[in-house]
Design a protein around this ligand. Sequence first.
Ligand code: FAD
Length: 303
Amino acid sequence: MGTNEQLVEFCKEHQITCLTNQPMKEYTSFEIGGDAKVMVKPSSIVQIQQVLRFCNTAGVTPLIIGNGSDLLVCDEGIARPVIQVGGAFSGIRIENGDQLVCEAGVTLAKACTFAWEHSLTGMEFAYGIPGNVGGAVYMNAGAYGGEMKDIVACVTHVTMAGEVETICGDACNFGYRHSAYTDNGCCIAEVRFQLSVGDATEIRAKMDDLMNRRVTKQPLEFPSGGSTFKRPVGDYASALIDRCGLKGRRVGGAMVSEKHAGFLINYDHATCADVLALVKVVQDEVKEKTGFELECEIKHITG
Ligand SMILES: Cc1cc2nc3c(=O)[nH]c(=O)nc-3n(C[C@H](O)[C@H](O)[C@H](O)COP(=O)(O)OP(=O)(O)OC[C@H]3O[C@@H](n4cnc5c(N)ncnc54)[C@H](O)[C@@H]3O)c2cc1C
C-alpha cells in the first residue's frame, strides 16, 4: 500500500475527513490545477497533529492550504497529501478588550467585520484580501500601507512532529510576503491579533473605501491569484508591465489584465502552463525594456 492509501486508511480509523482526487481548480481562486490525490480536512488541532505526525513518520511533506487565493497549481495535480485548514477552523473571539483571536480558517473578511462590530481598529487594510487568517500570516499579506506584521501578536501552530507551539513578536520573522512559516513547514492553527479600540463608524468607512478601491481597480470578475509579481525595489510591477505595453497580452487562456497590469488572469480556461508561459513573457519583456527583474508572488505548486 502506498503512503496516500495508508493515509486514507489512517484518516478513516481516526474519523478525519479525507477525500480523494479533488480538482484543485475548485480550491483555488485561479480556478486552475489538476487533482489532489488525497485531500485531508482536519476539524481540530488534535486532528492536525495526527495528520502531521503521520506525514512526518512517512517522510512526506504535505501541502497545507487555506483559501487557495495565492496558489497556481500545476496541471498534473498534486501527488503528496494536501491538508486544507478551512471552515472547520472558524472560531473567533475577543480577549482582553482589544485582542482578536481567530482560528486559522477564519476569512479575513469575517475577521475584519468582527473587529469592526467590536469597534477594534488596525485590521481594515486586510478587508478585501480574499484569504484565510492562516494563509495571510504565512504570506504576511498586506495592502494599502498595512501588513499582518503590524497586528499579529502571537501565532499558535502545529509542528511537523505534531507538537503545538505558540510564537510571538520577532519569532514570527515577518518580511515582505514572508514569515517564519515560509521556512518552517508548521501548520498555523490560531492567530492572536493586537488591535486598538476605535470608532466603529470610522472603521467601517475605511473598510468600505478600501473595498471600493479594489472593485474599481482590480479585475475581480476574472479568476486570478491577485497580484502576480512582488513589488520590485524602486518601482511597481503593474506600472512596469503597463509601460512595456503588455496589458491584454495572452498566452492560451491566460491574459495580462486590461484593468490592472499586475494581475495575470484566467481569462478563458487557462492551464497552469499558459500562466507560466505568460509569466515568462512578462518577466523577459520587463527585464529587456526596463532592467527590472520581476519575481512571482503567487505560489507555484508542483506535485
Ligand atoms: C483578487 C485577489 C486580491 C488579492 N489581494 C491581495 C492583497 O491586497 N495583498 C496580499 O498580500 N495578497 C493578496 N492576494 C493574495 C492572497 O489573497 C493572500 O496571499 C492571502 O493571504 C492568501 O491566503 P489563503 O488562505 O488563500 O492562502 P493559500 O493561497 O491557501 O496559501 C498561501 C500560502 O500559505 C500557506 N498556508 C495557507 N494556510 C496555512 C496554514 N494554516 N498553515 C501554514 N501554511 C498555510 C500555503 O501553503 C501557501 O504557501 C489577493 C488574491 C486575490 C485572488
